[in-house]
Design a protein around this ligand. Structure first.
Ligand code: ATP
Ligand code: MG
Length: 236
């Protein structure tokens, strides 16, 4: 598979008069894990939503040099970009299976959908065991697995994840991060937003530190782990 890349140029997001994202420049690639860290209110969620097209933004979002910032969300999904949102956004009163099917709503090929569901069950065997259970009755970790599985139902090239470790026990977080490494090996490009900075940086190829809507530092995951400024602000 050839390498695909999303390049963000001068991305700005405003809420009324408030500028939440102030001209970001960064990129992420297929087959890599890229992480955005930063404190509360730094603009991480706003950035992911803007890349997905859920929020209006100015600046360029280039998919292999082609600007996609005029496309609707549904068309960005067709370009194989997806977002696993903060708070997971699963449908609690639908079964695991139905939640997965919803992820494939743009696909009318039933055989392919069944095949994709099978793939998610291989990735997360817990979901197979609980396929007929209402999603709202799953444990937090299982709900996060379902949210990721649902996002993967479009066979994305790029998966953005907003705080996937939020509220989960360390052992579950490690399991889920292991899956991210597995997905990366399969060629997926992951853009991860995390408060859990140490673990996220450990698995990251590239990382950016966001502060009040601007990128303050960037480097490989290892470089940022070793950076005293990062250690003071995020790792203590
Ligand atoms: N709908 C909104 N209306 C007005 N301001 C908003 C809205 N959504 C976010 N903001 C503001 O934009 C800024 C960035 O918010 P954002 O949610 O992107 O931050 P974040 O880095 O994801 O924070 P957190 O770590 O708490 O999730 C914050 O100051 C926030 O108050
Ligand atoms: Mg957020």
């Amino acid at each position: 598979m050839s390498k695909s890349e999303i390049t963000i140029k001068n991305l700005q997001v405003s809420y009324g008069n408030i500028k939440a994202v102030k001209g970001l420049n960064f990129s992420f690639k297929s087959g890599e894990i890229t992480t955005l860290i930063g404190s509360n209110g730094a603009g991480k969620t706003s950035t992911l939503k803007a890349v997905m097209g859920l929020l209006p933004s100015t600046g360029e979002i280039l998919l292999n040099q082609k600007n996609i910032n005029t496309l609707r969300v549904s068309d960005r999904l067709k370009q194989k970009i997806t977002l696993c949102p903060e708070g997971r956004g699963i449908f609690p009163n639908l079964t695991v299976l139905d939640n997965l099917m919803i992820g494939a709503y743009q696909n009318s090929n039933k055989k392919e959908i069944l095949n994709l569901i099978e793939q998610q069950f291989v990735l997360f065997p817990k979901l197979a065991e609980r396929k007929s259970q209402m999603a709202g009755t799953l444990s937090g970790g299982e709900q996060q697995m379902l949210a990721i599985g649902r996002a993967l139902m479009i066979k994305p090239d790029f998966l953005m994840l907003d705080e996937p470790s939020l509220g989960l026990a360390p052992v579950i977080i490690e399991q889920i991060f292991d899956k991210f490494l597995q997905l990366k090996k399969q060629g997926l490009g992951l853009l991860l937003v995390e408060q859990n900075a140490i673990l996220a940086l450990e698995i990251s190829d590239r990382a950016y530190v966001l502060e009040t809507g601007e990128i303050k530092l960037s480097g490989t995951g290892q470089e940022l782990l070793n950076d005293s400024r990062v250690q003071e602000a995020y790792l203590s």
